[in-house]
Write a protein that binds this ligand. Structure first.
Ligand code: ADP
Ligand code: MG
Length: 256
């Protein structure tokens, strides 16, 4: 097993008096495809939002790609508060796709995808357009590049959102229930794009979903989380066919 690209080391997260994560230890290896499952409110989105630098931690250390995420290494090797610059640098390692698409409503599809590469990565407009063109083709949206988000179906918007995240060439892609806001007939087209990404060897993927068949199909590993703790962690066959923990069994049973 290679060095983990994501490490949660004794991480806690509190919202006021509510403890959402309590001493969480969790690793993802480079290139691994991991799915987190678990009941609503168990802390799944919080884990992804911490990684995406959207939510600070209350304790412990998170490491991404060999560097501390919510800390910065001081000259003497100790961990100090991170600078804005460090956070910006860390953010470029990850891309995230949300349940609710979150495209920029006032920008065309093309502009949604080229904006960050131009602003953040300082690509030329031509370079960014070329990159966007390849990605639009990959997600089957080449014919829609000049449309605005409100002219697209949910499935189309989500495919653009995936292309937008990939345009930054992140090492890690985070998916938070990417199909749960979609009409049932649009779920398949988005899953198809994610499935294709899962075939990419070096891309690390961490996904939250309630689509168990899909999770089973694309994941190397499934983590069942309940109340901010990982209850069970293993290959999909083991978790779905023969869960060790009663709590996992109950959760999966309730979905049938
Ligand atoms: P999941 O994604 O597993 O449904 P979340 O990670 O979204 O769960 O939330 C875990 C817990 O943290 C829930 O009890 C939720 O109400 C609480 N929580 C999440 N975000 C906030 C916030 N910004 N302020 C207060 N409580 C929050
Ligand atoms: Mg959630």
């Amino acid at each position: 097993m290679s060095e983990p690209i994501i490490t949660f080391d004794d991480v806690s997260k509190r919202f006021g008096a509510v403890t959402v994560l309590d001493g969480l230890d969790f690793n993802v290896a480079e290139g691994e495809k991991v799915t987190i499952i678990g009941p609503s409110g168990s802390g799944k989105s919080t884990i992804l939002r911490i990684l995406m630098t959207l939510e600070p931690i209350s304790g412990g250390t998170v490491w991404v790609d060999g560097e501390p995420l919510w800390h910065e290494k001081a000259a003497d090797g100790s961990l100090k508060r991170p600078s804005e610059r460090h956070m910006r640098h860390m953010r470029t390692k990850l891309g995230m796709v949300f349940q609710s698409f979150n495209l920029f409503p006032h920008m065309s599809v093309l502009r949604n995808i080229t904006e960050a590469p131009v602003q953040v990565l300082k690509l030329s407009k031509a370079q960014a357009r070329e990159r966007a063109g390849d990605l639009l083709e990959m997600v089957g949206m080449s014919d829609h590049r000049d449309k605005f988000p409100n002219q697209l179906s949910g499935g189309q918007q989500q495919r653009v959102a995936i292309a937008r995240a990939l345009a930054m060439r992140p090492k890690i892609m985070l998916f938070d229930e990417p199909t749960s806001a979609l009409d049932p007939e649009l779920v398949g087209e988005v899953q198809e794009v994610i499935r294709r990404l899962a075939d990419a060897h070096d891309l690390t993927m961490l996904m939250v979903t309630h689509e168990m068949r899909f999770a089973r199909e694309i994941s190397d590993r499934i983590c069942f989380i309940d109340k901010g703790r990982i209850i069970e962690d293993g290959p999909p066959e083991a978790i779905f066919s023969d869960p060790r923990e009663e709590r996992t069994r109950e959760f999966l049973g309730a979905l049938l």
